[in-house]
Design a protein around this ligand. Structure first.
Ligand code: IFM
Length: 413
């Protein structure tokens, strides 16, 4: 097989999220929860603290990304910094993000900006977060502000990151910012709030400028029936319905594109009515976190999304925890091989963002999960050290495709 080319003008980069890298996000609900419960039963393993100090070191981070031939970058703006108290806007933070975005632009990189990536201003947590009927309105107000003040530096707006995963982890699994009192009703309130939040945010941004591109990001597992029985196939469809199709049904008309985060392969058996961590595949080759590495899944999900929803797709996250960087190179090449296969069959995928640029704060897990193309040496002043696999990805970004030698090396012929 010869060189596998991606479409011209394909977006190549890495994704990050503010709370996971910036450090000292003191006005957020996560910060408050970590301060109270880190290391305790039911709390996160550790505090985010200074994270990667990217709030101050973003220039260094973007210079590294640029040196790795990324032509785009996905980042998030932290609502809790912009609006630390209800209705009070911190102008210094708007100026801060202006500098951050201009830094990317000055390097010739396109900007994908997430407006909410799991952390809320703390004042909203006190009002039940997304469960409050007014939160979509607050979110639209903040989205409008970002569009008005910073929109000229933003190429693609992403309203929400993985809303379904968030409500499930918070209100069903009770792993994130849990409250003993959380009930199924809170889950439903949060779910509806996020749908309304996306739709309100989309409209608010479009009012500022109808040509702004606005989309949503979902975590899409590749689900297949355990055996090809009618019941298993039905269960598989049911799971797709509750895990993402229902959400898309309510948000699709207000999305210019779909962002897909792909991490999991799930094999659905007759009793798997609801998300069930035990059906998520952990066999065969796995990451440090035990998640199965299943590159062909990316092919199936984008094919299916393309059939169902006629919208351009971006892979907004895809990556693995791999501290020793033993599997990342093969992971990247093999996922991109299957992505290119889908594109060559007509699926409209316009970009790929590896998760993530550098090792970061992995929510309740703290810092033990190393997802970075760049290692952060936490013992040594957060020194950035590029991992070898990042150079292979850099080469693919530069060449806009996968070279024959890489295809051979990973038996992709
Ligand atoms: O770190 C997270 C990210 O914030 C959302 N998607 C999954 C990643 C890995 O768990």
């Amino acid at each position: 097989m010869s060189f596998l080319k991606f479409p011209d003008n394909f977006y190549w980069g890495a994704a990050t999220a503010a709370h996971q890298i910036e450090g000292n996000n003191v006005h957020s609900d996560w910060w408050v929860w970590e301060t109270e419960f880190a290391g305790k039963d039911g709390g996160p393993k550790e505090r985010s603290g200074i994270a990667c100090d990217s709030y101050n070191r973003y220039e260094e981070d973007f210079t590294l990304a640029k040196s790795l031939n990324h032509n785009a970058h996905r980042m998030s703006i932290e609502w809790a910094r912009i609006e630390p108290q209800e209705g009070i806007i911190d102008e210094r933070e708007i100026e801060h993000y202006r500098k951050v975005l201009k830094s990317l632009k000055s390097k010739g990189m396109s900007t994908f900006v997430t407006l909410w990536h799991f952390s809320l201003p703390h004042w909203l947590r006190d009002k039940k977060g997304w469960g409050n009927l007014l939160t979509p309105m607050y979110f639209a107000r903040y989205s409008k502000l970002v569009a008005e003040r910073l929109g000229e530096h933003i190429d693609f707006f992403i309203t929400l990151n993985e809303p379904q995963a968030y409500v499930a982890l918070r209100h069903l699994v009770k792993l994130w910012i849990p409250s003993m009192k959380t009930t199924f009703l809170d889950f439903l309130d949060g779910w509806v709030g996020l749908i309304r939040g996306h739709n309100a945010s989309y409209k608010a941004i479009k009012e500022v400028n109808p040509s702004y591109q606005v989309g949503i990001v979902e975590n899409i597992m590749y689900m297949e029936p355990k055996r090809n029985t009618l019941w298993n196939k039905f269960m598989c469809d049911w799971r797709k319905f509750i895990q993402f199709r229902l959400f898309f049904a309510f948000t699709l008309k207000n999305s210019d594109f779909l962002g897909v985060n792909y991490y999991f392969h799930d094999v659905i058996g007759p009793g798997d009515y609801f998300i069930n961590m035990s059906s998520i595949e952990t066999t065969g080759e796995v990451s440090d976190w035990g998640w199965q590495i299943y590159p062909e899944g990316i092919y199936h999900i984008v094919k299916e999304l393309c059939c169902y929803y006629d919208k351009p797709i971006f892979i907004t996250e895809n990556g693995l925890a791999d501290a020793k960087d033993e599997k990342r190179e093969s992971f990247i090449v093999r996922h991109l091989y299957y992505l290119q296969k889908a594109i060559s069959e007509g699926v409209c995928v316009n970009g790929y963002f590896h998760w993530t640029l550098m090792d970061n704060f992995e929510w309740a897990e703290g810092y033990i999960r190393k997802f970075g193309l760049i290692e952060i040496d936490r013992e040594n002043n957060l020194e950035r050290k590029i991992r070898p696999s990042a150079y292979t990805y850099a080469r693919i970004c530069k060449e806009n495709g996968i070279g024959e030698d890489l295809l051979k090396e990973f038996n992709l012929e």
